[in-house]
Design a protein around this ligand. Sequence first.
Ligand code: AMP
Length: 559
Amino acid sequence: MTKRTLDAPDTGFSSLGLDPRLLDALTALGYEEPTPIQRTAIPPLRAGRDVLAVAATGTGKTAAFALPLLHNIDPTLPPRMRLAALVLVPTRELAMQVAEAIHRYGKPFGAAVLSIYGGAPMEQQIRSLKRGVDVVIATPGRALDHIRRKTLHLDHVKTVVLDEADEMLDMGFAEDLEAILSALPAERQTALFSATIPARITKIANSHLKNPEVVRIERAAIAPGETAKVRQVAYMVPRAHKMAALARILDVEAPESAIVFCRTRTEVDQLTETLAGRGYRAEALHGGLSQEQRDRVMKRFRAKGSDLLIATDVAARGLDVKHVTHVVNYDVPWESESYVHRIGRTGRAGREGVAITLAEPREHRLLRNIEATTKQKIEIGVVPTVADLRTRQLEQLRDQVAELLNAGELDRYRPMVEQLAEEYDVMDIAAAAIRLAARKVESEGEPDEIPNLITRGGDRDAHTPKPARQGRREFAGKVGGKVAKIYVGAGRKLKIRPGDIVGAIAGEAGLGLGEIGAVTIGDRHSIVEVPEDKADFIIAKLSASTIKGKKVRVRRDQA
Ligand code: AMP
């Protein structure tokens, strides 16, 4: 990692009233500036105000409520008095994620963070609670369970957060939430985060929030056509495989010149190293570099001395380059405007540019927001398989051969061909020569297959690409053990995509991606494969919630 230098730009976090130890922790995590929701929600939360925030997953909302509440903890208090913050979340998966994030941010304070959710053994949770914790992240049902057993002591709680409040209501937690909120000290701070604000949320806010500061990030108007000349593709990739997926996509796309945007400087450094290791002329550009270093990197990129510029938004600000063929969003940008601004850097001077976005399944709402703002569809791409890569490499070889043929200057080699032609067919000779050239690429080792969330219709194996079936894609997960098929009463007509189904199951029922099998989307229904022993649980969870804002029929598939 690059050392922070004196003339590095201000992190932007310093004006939010945060403890300096937190600022250091954020710098160490590679955060360069607050996201819009952080910029607007942190100051009122630090001031002790109640907050009602409209924010979806992927906007940085976790840090927006986590950083302020860490100021209220006191690990020196006796265990029974220690619990200072309670965060309520809809699913086990989110509970674990939020706990992990708060643990990371809270390290310099020595914060003890515990997630409690249904399905895990009670005893272990009780033991941890007895030892004393500063922050509890809980699903409502389990939190209430502990409150009733008097194993969760709320008397000294200063902050309560309802995270993804609309989801909690959709899952039928309204009564549990009411009970928990009533059991909390009246003198407390309440923060409600929700992706949408339906009437039921307003009702909770009216009865449980005191004069809340309402935080919502207004969408800037985007002039139509601003992104018209850009082909936009998104790939749904689990976090763990993002780097390999991007490398593969770049190998196949073979961009002449690309900017890759990352969220943190840590990511910029890692990605630059990986891509440079794969033979790209890649350079890092982030706020940890001195102005002089940054100028040098940009100058080289402008002069086409590097192919890939891996950058944070902050560092790339003001960068004007004419020849960029591809813009890559290594993460979905926080704001639609930032997306538009980023991809506006390609597709200039009448040429078509390409914008590639890597999204985790849970970030599908951010993609939707972008589509709504730009009024353009983002195509969902299929991460190229090893076979695709091989095909592409052969195409590149063909182009190189054609170039050589056009350039002439082959006289030196003609006698050899003539000599071989006395004995062999000329076509065979050419094929053998190409095979020899192809071997060079192929001998570079068999690359790993990247687990693909979305593959071409019916192609579970992904080794033998078949032509894409129009409008039909499948989530290609494989489920171990006995498999059940679940029927979901929504399909193409409701614009359902595999990501919606996978996202709903992962989000509502807390399943890992490895536990979700093939998804088939029909006109009016979808079928998804899940482990038999979780089928009923998933049906219950999905039935209680909504998919794309609609209640849909969910049952076992009888076909
Ligand atoms: P969330 O919306 O809370 O799920 O956050 C999405 C991702 O953004 C997480 O991986 C965070 O670690 C990351 N993140 C949050 N805030 C920032 C920031 N200010 N700069 C860079 N990354 C961030």
